[in-house]
Write a protein that binds this ligand. Structure first.
Ligand code: G3P
Length: 217
């Protein structure tokens, strides 16, 4: 399973990229708005920091408007993927964009039927929102599991991005469910890294080393 960073914060992206663990970035209008920067400028900058896909979302609600926005976004950098919400217009736009060779990440997906529609319309990626499904008392990871199993069974080309990830256990569950990608906030990436026993272990090794009078290289 590949890891994407779910943020529009360039400093966090730089840091995560330096760890060598990030294969792409996903953004949404909320995440971009939080940065207070020009949308196109920030997407262009992010696309230059990572070699993998960078998702940028359309705002239009009609298919023609979505396609027009998508063309502009896809023109910002070769690795930009256009995020389109799963609505009637979103499916129509996805079909058109797939025919034009523009990769779509179908977003705001909360159910398995929606996953199947997204895949059939030609979405390159589909993003079930695990945390938000959990928030309404349902099993978000079950959507990911079923999505992967159906897509694999029928040999559909769509990749499943486990999105709305809230904690490291979600990441592990997404990997076990066979998700192609999990997109994680930077905070979750840090939580994945840290373990108190690692910190204690480093402290103890250093103390023992110094006590024995050893010198570093
Ligand atoms: O970017 C889509 C998704 O990951 C949003 O997550 O935490 O706002 O539900 P969240």
């Amino acid at each position: 399973m590949r890891l994407f960073l779910d943020t529009a914060n360039v400093a966090d992206i730089r840091e995560a990229v330096s760890w060598g663990v990030i294969s792409g970035v996903t953004t949404n209008p909320t995440l971009v708005a939080k940065e207070g920067r020009d949308f196109h400028e920030v997407i262009r900058e992010i696309a230059g920091l990572v070699s993998g896909p960078v998702s940028a979302e359309v705002i239009a609600q009609d298919a023609d408007g979505m396609v027009a926005e998508a063309k502009v976004l896809a023109g910002l950098a070769p690795n930009v993927v256009v995020k389109v919400p799963i609505t009637r217009a979103g499916l129509q736009a996805t079909k058109t964009l797939a025919e034009l060779g523009i990769a779509v990440n179908m977003t705001l997906v909360f159910s398995v039927p929606q996953v199947l529609l997204a895949a059939r319309a030609g979405a390159a990626f589909v993003s079930p929102f695990v945390g938000r499904v959990d928030d309404v008392g349902e099993d978000g990871m079950a959507v990911v599991r079923d999505a992967v199993s159906i897509i694999t069974h029928y040999g559909l080309g769509t990749q499943v991005i486990a999105a709305s990830i809230r904690h490291p256990a979600h990441v592990v569950a997404a990997a076990k469910a066979g998700a192609h990608i999990a997109t994680v906030p930077f905070k979750v990436l840090e939580q994945m890294l840290h373990h108190p026993l690692t910190d204690i272990g480093i402290e103890r090794f250093l103390a023992d080393w110094q006590q024995a009078g050893q010198k570093g290289r």
